[in-house]
Write a protein that binds this ligand. Structure first.
Ligand code: SAM
Length: 212
């Protein structure tokens, strides 16, 4: 992580009021794909990590049982709560939590994890830890939309700033997913530096009856 959690939180606190008006077509396409692939059932609990102003969480709430949004920025969380109230959504909650410590309510049983345009703030080692943390929650599906490199990184192209962001290559992310027990079921390229990965958990096979 090129900035501390506190620095990232302060940066997003400052941007929170204007955040929703400042989105690129690629961001929108990425968000739409995350929403489409998340596809929760009516009794599913969805966890949105780096939820920000709740773009993904609030879009999924009408179809899901319960939606938990976690973010390090109280300014962003406040915006999400305001929008949930405006839309009359009473199955969402937005609180402090991080990729590597989502700070879930006691007994929460997460079915679907989503994250959009947020994990690129972590270093590759931290992303790997975050993906292991997410796997330990045993969701059926994890949908990650983010800045990610399909080719050679080009800091002069849009979507990331090398001073504060640390996107991974698609290959690095796929390795981290598979090492954590996920199987990749879709890879969507939105732009050479933006994509969506859909990962499902590989069910553990019970040992064969006659195995030693
Ligand atoms: C670019 S915004 C994306 C917000 C939202 N997911 C969306 O699609 O609009 C990135 C968000 O990630 C949050 N964030 C950054 N690092 C984080 C971390 N380690 N854990 C949780 N949230 C984090 C920031 O506070 C910010 O709200």
């Amino acid at each position: 992580m090129k900035r501390s959690l506190e620095e990232h939180a302060a940066r997003f606190d400052e941007q929170a009021d204007a955040y929703d008006g400042d989105n690129s077509p690629e961001y929108r396409a990425c968000a739409d794909l995350v929403i489409e692939h998340a596809d929760p059932d009516g009794d599913d609990t969805v966890l949105d990590l780096g939820t920000g102003t709740g773009a993904i969480a609030l879009a999924l709430a009408p179809a899901a049982g319960h939606v938990i949004g976690r973010d390090i920025s109280e300014g962003m969380r406040e915006q999400a709560r305001g929008k949930a109230a405006d839309r009359g959504l009473d199955n969402t909650e937005f609180g402090e939590g991080r990729f590597r410590d989502p700070n879930l309510p006691d007994g929460a049983d997460v079915d679907v994890v989503v994250s959009n345009f947020a994990m690129h703030h972590l270093s590759d080692a931290e992303k790997r830890d975050a993906i292991e943390t997410i796997a330990s929650l045993e969701p059926t599906r994890f949908v990650l939309g983010d800045v990610m490199f399909f080719g050679t990184p080009d800091p002069d192209e849009p979507f990331y700033s090398p001073d504060v962001d640390d996107p991974a290559t698609v290959g690095t992310l796929v390795d981290a997913f598979t090492d954590a027990g996920f199987a990749l079921t879709a890879v969507e390229r939105v732009h050479d530096q933006v994509g969506v990965l859909v990962a499902e958990r590989v069910p553990m096979k019970p040992p064969a009856e006659d195995s030693p």
